[in-house]
Design a protein. Structure first.
Ligand code: NDP
Ligand code: 2IT
Length: 445
């Protein structure tokens, strides 16, 4: 059996009941085959893949908190410190009712390669809890975040592990987490990113993932002799990534016609009114169905998914496995030619393979959504310097990083005779730096 197949089998056997983690490992290891084949003897001797798929550390803990009625609750907290070969663990915290160890491990695993692709010195980690912020009062959110940080604080630090936001964690939650960390440690340091601008946050971090996604998409389209301006774009999600992907796509002359949340989706053939969406989702934290009160000619549906509309570009920006084979078939049938993942692993393996077989240019999340964590690393740099850079400076650096990521994954794909296969290109380019660093540091890593 090949080394890759052995490891895939071992992961499946050693960690039953972790389907998302298995999926991420399969996707990465399958596309690493050409590079593993070239170095198989050395990698086997050093147990490189065994080490790569096993987190350095998994921390799980109880998060007790009391709601506004005086009722106590317990949630499960996680931090997976996956790989520190190239820098301190870095990756977001997710708060959502469906969070479990499999989801946090898949996200932490993906983060290793994504962070490597940014070219910045950050290792891979992820955390979160099965706490759902939806419907909770501000006070309940604060109490939960304080309890969560009370345990997490002993495991993180500006040079050890630097969490940030993800689904369900935005500026409000980062603020409460930071306040508790500072109080406990008596230390004002850059231990979290995505902070508010009055206490060490970076300009353009809020926009970074969505903007970065569109910068990479734009570069991919332009290098294929086409342009983003005038294209029709379907986007899923209505959170941080979806909103700022919409904003940048609109600025570059594209027309975004869909958005979604977990209860339904909107189709506005005249183009999404982003100010209305920001008011609904960012200010009032309400349901997307309210969009119809502002734009009565738009459509709202709780059936099916955004991928049934006609579009040139699809940007899944909500959650994992939200675009399956049937969705991919519908997209291709309706003329879609470019897909870039704003979310982490939103496209199933079958759908990804279908896109590639049909010649759709497909940019995987670990490259396409790396602008968020890259700008988090820029926030860490600013914190270390005790300076803050202008919006334009951070945005320019972000754009440079995304263009460079595109060319890295394009080059790696071509080097292995698989031009335009950006799944292979991203996995190989991300892996090479981490593998070299792990080998250089000996088997302690
Ligand atoms: P937000 O919490 O801001 O928004 C998430 C959006 O996706 C919401 O509209 C939410 O709907 C919807 N959603 C979440 N879970 C589900 C689900 N199970 N089914 C259907 N819809 C769902 O999160 P982000 O925008 O930050 O994150 C979106 C994706 O992007 C995630 O995959 C995340 O890992 C990834 N990502 C985020 C980065 C960041 O910097 N924030 C960086 C890189 C990747 P509702 O409003 O109903 O909850
Ligand atoms: O998935 C991701 O890259 C994020 N949620 C952002 C992580 C970060 O540390 O900014």
């Amino acid at each position: 059996m090949s080394y890759v197949d052995e490891i895939i089998e071992a992961v499946t056997q050693n960690h039953p009941g972790e389907p998302e983690f298995h999926q991420a490992v399969k996707e990465v290891l399958n596309s690493l085959r050409p590079v593993i084949d070239l170095n198989e003897a050395r990698y086997r001797r050093e147990a490189l893949l065994e080490r790569l798929v096993e987190p350095e550390r998994i921390i799980t803990f109880r998060v007790p908190w009391v709601d506004d009625q005086g009722q106590a609750h317990v949630n499960i907290g996680y931090r997976v410190q996956f790989n520190s070969a190239i820098g301190p663990y870095k990756g977001g915290l997710r708060l959502r009712d469906n969070v479990n160890l499999s989801i946090i491990k898949f996200l932490g695993f993906e983060q290793i390669f994504k962070n490597s692709l940014t070219g910045l010195p950050i290792g891979g980690g992820k955390g979160g809890s099965n706490f759902d912020p939806k419907g909770k009062s501000d006070r309940e959110i604060m109490v939960f975040c304080q309890s969560f940080m009370t345990e997490l604080a002993r495991h993180i630090g500006a040079d050890t592990d630097v969490p940030a936001g993800d689904i369900g964690v935005g500026a409000r939650e980062i603020g409460y987490l930071f306040g508790q960390y500072k109080r406990m440690k008596n230390c004002f340091e850059g231990v979290l990113t995505g902070k508010g601008l009055t206490y060490g946050g970076s300009l353009a971090r809020t926009e970074a993932t969505g903007y970065g996604l569109v910068y990479l998409l734009d570069e991919m389209i332009r290098t294929h002799g086409d342009q983003l301006a005038g294209k029709t774009v379907a986007i899923s999600g209505a959170g941080n990534v979806a909103i700022y992907a919409t904003e940048k796509a609109q600025q570059l002359g594209a027309k975004v016609v869909t958005l979604s949340d977990s209860t339904g989706w909107i189709y506005d053939p005249e183009g999404i009114d982003l100010a209305a969406v920001k008011e609904i989702k960012e200010v009032r934290r309400a349901r997307l169905s309210e969009y119809l009160t502002v734009r009565p000619n738009a459509q709202y549906s709780t059936e099916g998914r955004v991928w049934s509309v006609s579009c040139d570009v699809a940007l899944p920006c909500a959650t994992q496995n939200e675009l399956d084979l049937a969705d991919a078939e519908a997209l291709v049938r309706n003329g879609c030619r470019y897909v870039a993942e704003g979310a982490n692993m939103p496209t199933t393996l079958e759908a990804t393979e279908y896109f590639q077989a049909k010649g759709v240019l497909f940019a995987p999340g670990k490259a396409a959504n790396a602008g968020g964590v890259a700008t988090s690393a820029l926030e860490m740099s600013q914190n270390s310097q005790r300076l803050s850079w202008s919006f334009e400076e951070v945005d320019q650096k972000l754009k440079g990083i995304m263009v460079s990521i595109y060319h890295k994954i394009d080059e790696a794909a071509k080097r292995f005779g698989a031009a335009d296969n950006y799944v292979l290109g991203a996995n190989i380019a991300g892996f090479e730096k981490v593998a070299e660093a792990m080998l250089a540091q000996g088997v302690a890593f």
